[in-house]
Design a binder for this molecule. Structure first.
Ligand code: NAX
Length: 333
């Protein structure tokens, strides 16, 4: 480990593990965490970069650059390809590393390959992580990878495993803000239900702009023909234009997610994919995007919302898709 003696604070550092640490998303994420954007401006952090053996050298290079950034809150950087060591004592784990779908591979092949990774990581978290560990799965298929890791970590309460749908949420806010010429933070009660995939349902039924219903300010055709499909396919649009997949925006969403989990949302809704306890007809255990608020270091699903005939089939399509993914996952364990 490279340890940095700095004088910024006497607080015990928070231990943060990032997998896929030599990759694109991590290259932005690690600096945001070390800058205090997640745990606050007076909370030191210690980073562990977990990679596969082939990418260890690149991860070492990333660690060298972190050191060269001389960041006051960064108390140490570890680099490892050993899962047990990588999750030892960790308080927050960003599971970013995953195996992309190879040429000619089906989605189910990709699920299987990732399933094996996330079973191992779930076990290692179970055995070594701090009791209060918060786990955010970013690597795709994120919802089912979180489902798998949580099942493999039987001693860790399922609610401590989330998957990232904040990027889909932020994309929704961005598209709305451009449409209605308002700042993203002026919108409230936006949610993206379901799976981080093409079936996701960015829902404006309850959305408000400065307290006024958004549905009165947009036409239905824009909502169904442009907003919903464009948010759901924004990742592909970024690849088309940028030539690479979303990286800094994904890191930024991951930062928003854990920051709000730790620090709360002050009553604001956001979107989190978390293990269902049966809300809105979603099978218990499926990791599903819900409207939530952050209170006292935990998420609370916004309950008792009326679901209309436009929403129901869109939510159900996500339940069905995640059920199918869970079947493949269950066959692995
Ligand atoms: P990169 O290919 O740049 O980096 C992935 C890194 O993960 C590589 O360095 C690889 O060596 C490492 N890795 C693979 N298996 C590992 C394992 N078992 N343990 C540790 N490290 C491992 O991908 P990047 O652009 O950073 O994207 C990472 C993941 O995020 C992908 O699965 C991607 O599909 C997913 N995304 C998820 C998003 C979301 O909103 N949930 C949005 C962005 C992104 O598409």
């Amino acid at each position: 480990m490279t340890a940095f003696a700095t004088s910024s604070s006497a607080k015990t550092p928070v231990k943060v593990t990032v997998t896929g640490a030599a990759g694109n998303i991590a290259y932005s994420l690690l600096w945001r965490v070390a800058a205090g954007d997640v745990f606050g401006p007076d909370q030191p952090v210690e980073l562990t970069l977990l990679e596969i053996p082939d990418a260890m050298q690149a991860a070492e290079g990333t660690a060298m650059e972190l050191a060269d950034s001389a960041m006051p809150l960064l108390k140490g950087v570890n680099v490892t390809d050993n899962q047990r060591a990588g999750f030892e004592g960790t308080n927050a784990a960003f599971l970013v590393g995953a195996k992309p779908r190879g040429k000619g591979e089906s989605r189910s092949d990709m699920l299987e390959a990732n399933g094996r990774i996330f079973i191992e990581q779930g076990k290692a978290l179970n055995d070594g992580a701090a009791q209060d560990v918060r786990v955010l799965v970013v690597g795709n298929p994120a919802n089912t990878n979180a489902y798998i890791a949580s099942k493999a970590a039987g001693d860790v309460p399922a609610e401590q495993f989330n998957a990232l749908m904040r990027l889909d949420h932020n994309r929704s806010l961005s598209m709305l803000s451009q449409k209605l010429d308002a700042a993203p933070e002026e919108f409230s009660r936006v949610v993206v239900w379901g799976n981080h995939s093409d079936t996701q349902f960015p829902d404006l039924t309850y959305a408000q702009l400065r307290g006024e219903n958004v549905s009165d300010q947009i036409d239905q055709n824009w909502y169904t023909e442009e907003f919903i499909p464009r948010v759901a396919k924004r990742g592909a649009e970024i690849i088309e234009v940028r030539g690479k997949s979303s990286a800094a925006s994904a890191a930024s969403a991951a930062v928003d997610h854990i920051r709000d989990w730790v620090q709360g949302t002050d009553g604001r809704w956001t979107t989190v994919a978390l293990p269902s306890t049966g809300e809105y007809g979603v099978d218990e255990g499926l990791v599903f995007g819900f409207p939530v608020i952050g209170v006292g270091g935990k998420w609370q699903v916004v309950e008792d919302l009326e679901i209309n005939d436009f929403q129901r089939p869109r939510i159900d399509a996500n339940i069905e898709a995640l059920r199918e993914e869970a079947k493949v996952a269950d066959a692995l364990s």
